[in-house]
Design a protein around this ligand. Structure first.
Ligand code: APR
Length: 273
């Protein structure tokens, strides 16, 4: 491990500092889930002649709920078959070792952090979670487990049986994915926005893993770390705004590598020294 990185981590460990981990699609790339803006990402591929930014919207769901569900069910199938990797397990180890001194903020809806053992109470899924659905008409704020919709391919039709499975148990209307759409706003009720911001406001280290920094709330969290002058470590094989910011910070470090490869040693340094 690079001496300066080891020094930054040792200072946080010996002071029993609070750690916030902020993860993006990159931590799940090694689990076989395409990133959004990478060469193979959904962002580039899109679904037929739509881009994700058009499909993943309240407007599209209102107009074509079955088509939006068909697109999501294809994507969720990829998540369901994926397994957590060494990066997810390392952060789960950090969660268990630090307890309430740790908080995880993730943009990922794939559920892999929880499947690796992350503690739900210390995890903010700020873009939602594909494992849950809720009433599209908001007749209730309850979350319901995602129904088993079977194996789906790009051309699997959306049937009346699918529609019945995706009916709100309370009002009979459509259920929607419990995910943040591009034409919606973060909130505390569904996406734990204030919880994430409060964690950043009291952290001693912001550990950023696998995000291109293209989304709003993660950028706000980076701003808070910058303004507070806390330690910041970015783990990403490519340049990104968080790495650039870390490089300009007194206690910042940009790790140029993959999550699965680099996180285990970083977590050991924070836990064991
Ligand atoms: N380890 C760490 N980082 C990696 C790895 C890896 N093995 N592989 C790729 N990356 C990095 C890429 O370099 C890139 O910076 O992961 C980042 C993925 O960026 P995006 O695909 O933009 O994903 P993310 O930053 O999480 O933004 C996706 O934006 O579109 C919205 O709501 C949507 O949650 C989604 C978010």
């Amino acid at each position: 491990m690079e001496p300066r990185l080891a020094e930054i981590l040792e200072r946080v460990r010996s002071a029993r500092g609070r750690v916030v981990a902020l993860t993006g699609a990159g931590i799940s790339a090694e689990s076989g889930i395409p990133t959004f803006r990478g060469a193979e990402g959904y962002w580039v591929v899109g679904s037929r002649n739509y881009m994700p930014t058009e499909m993943a919207t309240h407007e599209m769901f209102e107009a074509h709920p079955g088509e939006v569900w068909r697109w999501y069910l294809m994507r969720f199938g990829v998540c369901r078959h994926a397994q957590p990797n060494a990066g997810h397990h390392a952060l789960a180890d950090l969660d268990h070792a630090l307890g309430d001194r740790f908080h995880l903020v993730t943009q990922n809806i794939d559920g892999l952090h929880l499947r690796a053992g992350a503690t739900l109470a210390r995890t903010s899924h700020i873009h939602g979670d594909a494992g849950w659905v809720r009433c599209a008409s908001a007749c209730t704020g309850e979350l319901f487990p995602m129904p088993d919709m079977g194996e789906r391919g790009e051309d699997t039709p959306f049937t009346a049986a699918d529609r019945a499975r995706l009916s709100c148990p309370r009002c009979g209307g459509w259920l929607r994915p419990h995910v943040l759409w591009f034409d919606e706003c973060y909130d505390e009720e569904h996406y734990r926005m204030q919880t994430a911001l409060r964690a950043a406001a009291t952290a001693d280290l912001l550990l950023v893993v696998g995000t291109s920094g293209a989304t709003n709330l993660p950028s706000q969290i980076g701003d808070i770390a910058w303004r507070r002058g806390i330690a910041m470590v970015d783990v990403n094989p490519e340049d990104n705004p968080f790495a650039a910011r870390a490089l300009s910070m007194r206690q910042g470090f940009a790790v140029r590598g993959g999550a699965g490869e680099r996180l285990p040693a970083i977590v050991r340094a924070l836990v064991d020294g």
